[in-house]
Design a protein around this ligand. Structure first.
Ligand SMILES: *Cc1c(COP(=O)(O)O)cnc(C)c1O
Length: 379
């Protein structure tokens, strides 16, 4: 590129150039930072972590974490040890990194070497972390996760009662957090929310005194009684609406644009795409884009792309690497090879796309493919 000297070098040697890619994913790190600030404002003085599991909900855990670090965020959550090991290299030695799904048996030394915080979900994991502390000859940091009613991860109430009777249960463990997770936080009137709050209170009383954490993104919007000492938002940082029944209080973060590979005109009766699941009822002008289910767009979704505010419906089936659009609503010649149409952005939000696919915004982002040109802006 001619202007290369004025631009920072690509961070990732395997990065795909804009010219070579079929689609362009633009990630607004400035919007992520603003979203973090909005959540913090809502939390008053309560601390706010960043959840960057699943590669930062598909947007790049390293880049997202660096942006959040610039906002003062120094606590991160990932799902897997592998994600924690990778994130540690990106954020440096300072921040706490918690591994939500717990450490697989035998992996403790690797977690210790990387300075990760275990999330302890069972008495077996508690013992393994105690043993790891003894081997390391020092205290090891951990969160104790309790199951307050979701039945997914965390110590069951009976396990908590057992460890509460054992004076040495937490020997060698620096309990930095007592945490639990809400099953129905995005439904503010669901009775499970208050039931989990009460259960969490009861379980906390049996455990060592430590800062507490219950709220994910939607939990923050349930009000201060759910905030405790630390919130753990993911989705809201990435622009997904944490209050599905109300207007989105967050800024959009992603824009996804696909390139037109070819345009054509077809006559009445033409079969369109695999299985001829659509047949032209009159003459149509079509644009085929270099974007398909291999890029994470769900094949079942009833959807459209957008160009300059005009909706271009998908026709026929989504292919692996291409989708056929009806561009008859545009003036002839307006859209041509190499032009970009929008799949996600101002015309179609992540939550809109999720609605068309019968899923949630989380799945749209987490499914995003690996062969886009990625453009990080506002960093
Ligand atoms: C994924 C996750 C979060 C973040 O949830 P969002 O709904 O994305 O804000 C917080 N805590 C736990 C335990 C999680 O698994």
């Amino acid at each position: 590129m001619n202007d290369a000297p004025t631009r920072s070098p690509p961070k990732d040697a395997a990065a795909i150039s804009e010219a070579a890619a079929g689609a362009i994913l633009t990630i607004d790190l400035g919007a992520i930072r603003q979203n973090y600030r909005r959540l913090k404002a809502r939390l008053g003085g309560v601390r706010c972590a960043g959840v960057v599991k699943a590669d930062g909900y598909g947007l790049g855990a390293r880049e997202v974490a660096a942006a959040l670090q610039d906002e003062g965020c120094d606590i991160f959550f990932v799902a897997l040890l592998a994600e924690g090991l990778d994130l540690r290299k990106a954020v440096g030695a300072g921040p706490d990194i918690y591994v939500l799904n717990g450490l697989p048996p035998g992996s403790e030394p690797e977690a210790v070497a990387a300075g990760l915080c275990a999330v302890i979900n069972s008495t077996g994991q508690l013992k393994a972390w105690r043993d790891a502390a003894r081997s390391a000859g020092r205290e090891l940091p951990a969160a104790i996760q309790v199951d307050s009613g979701m039945s997914r991860l965390g110590m069951a109430p009976a396990e908590v009662e057992t460890v509460a009777r054992d004076a040495s249960a937490f020997a060698g463990i620096d309990v930095r957090l007592l945490m639990s997770h809400l099953a129905c936080a995005d439904e503010p009137h669901h009775p499970a929310n208050e039931q989990q709050l009460i259960a969490f209170e009861r379980l906390r009383e049996m455990l060592p005194k430590a800062p507490a954490s219950l709220a994910n993104s939607s939990g923050i919007f349930l009000g201060p009684s759910y905030h405790y000492d630390l919130a753990r938002p993911g989705a809201a940082l990435y622009g997904i609406n944490p209050t599905p029944d109300e207007p989105n209080p967050m800024l959009p973060v992603v824009r996804l644009q696909a390139k037109v590979a070819q345009t054509r005109r077809v006559e009445k009766g033409a079969g369109i795409g695999y299985g001829h699941s659509f047949r032209a009822e009159g003459p149509l002008r079509l644009a085929t884009i270099s974007f398909g289910y291999a890029d994470g767009w769900l094949r079942r979704s009833v959807s459209a792309a957008w160009f300059e505010g005009v909706r271009l419906p998908f026709l026929g089936r989504v292919s692996m690497d291409s989708i056929i659009l009806d561009m008859s609503a545009l003036p002839p010649g307006r859209l041509g090879e190499g032009d970009l149409v929008e799949l996600l952005g101002p015309s179609q939000t992540v939550d809109d796309a999720a609605g068309h696919a019968g899923t949630i915004g989380y799945e749209i982002l987490a499914s995003l493919g690996r062969r886009f040109h990625r453009d990080y802006v506002g960093g």
